[in-house]
Design a protein. Structure first.
Length: 305
């Protein structure tokens, strides 16, 4: 009997349908800001993450292709992020680069894939704890492919149960974050499993027809309240869109595609300059909406489409 074989290993493409990235970008761009200038003042964008005081809640998420820009691209990317006083959520497979990032003391945590072998997952988590990483994260949307098969890259992946997540959270003192959350169901499960926070994410068009992360964000925040830190990604490339996310309930934002583009153009200085510019834009949006600091973001300043 014949079986379906995908044409490529990338995201599933549906003829005649918009990509999930396009759906998300159009929704985000349709959200507007209602500025208020009377009684406005300079704003404070400083943000604390895992005990480190950052310049703003704009951090860098995992992205491929960095080593194609320059030798030791991943490490030089981390260097630029440190120069902007931000945090790097790096990927899983760059083990040598990860060791070098740790040796330099660059602010970073790993997003570990959902390995099928829980014992192997625990080994990776304990490694990061021993090396002084501030936290660890795990993709939850890499267990099953868009075509319904178990996923894997250099090692086999598997979907995780709530019991699995509790076991992983209990094997370490490190804060635990789950990336790839796009539903209230998974947000509540992450909370019950002991995660400190989640990343509401479309994972760069991995699954078709996906609801925009920003559209789900208010509902997820309403469901979990202040019991979870919530971060969001999905095509952010300016501080005004970051303000929209914060006003809709996010604690912070991860950038990826914009970061790669900036790194390709200006290497370490390029990613540092982008983060600094986005933080300045966020400060401007906050100052001109009566938002004196992150705890007092004016949620009424964002108008949904």
């Amino acid at each position: 009997m014949r079986e379906f074989v995908p044409a490529n290993k990338g995201p599933a493409v549906i003829t005649g349908a918009k990509s999930s990235n396009t759906i998300s970008d159009e929704y985000r761009n349709a959200i507007t800001i209602s500025y208020q200038y009377i009684n406005s003042d300079e704003a404070d964008t400083t943000f604390e993450f895992c005990g480190k005081k950052l310049s703003s809640p704009i951090m860098c998420g995992p992205i491929g292709g960095l080593n194609k820009v320059m030798d030791h691209g991943v490490v030089n990317y981390a260097k630029g992020i440190e120069e902007a006083n931000s945090m790097y959520w790096t990927d899983y497979h760059e083990r040598d680069a990860w060791e070098e990032i740790l040796s330099h003391g660059y602010p970073a945590l790993r997003v570990i894939k959902p390995l099928a072998d829980l014992g192997r997952l625990k080994e990776e988590i304990r490694h990061d704890e021993e090396k002084g990483a501030p936290a660890f994260a795990m993709d939850v949307d890499h267990g099953i492919t868009p075509y319904g098969k178990r996923d894997g890259q250099k090692e086999a992946f598997a979907p995780k149960t709530e019991a699995d997540l509790k076991e992983l959270a209990g094997c370490t003192s490190l804060p635990f974050y789950l990336k790839g959350i796009i539903s209230v169901h998974d947000a509540e499960a992450a909370m019950e499993a002991g995660a400190r926070g989640i990343v509401v994410s479309g994972h760069n068009n991995r699954f078709p027809c996906m609801v925009p992360p920003l559209k789900m964000l208010p509902e997820i925040r309403a469901a979990v309240g202040d019991r979870l830190e919530i971060y969001v990604d999905g095509g952010f490339n300016n501080g005004y869109d970051v303000f929209k996310a914060l006003a809709l309930g996010a604690d912070g934002v991860l950038i990826a595609r914009a970061g790669l583009a900036a790194f390709a153009k200006g290497q370490s200085e390029g990613i540092a300059d982008l983060l600094l510019e986005m933080s300045a834009q966020l400060k401007g949006a906050m100052a001109n909406t009566g938002s004196r600091d992150l705890k007092h973001i004016n949620r009424d300043a964002v108008i949904l489409p």
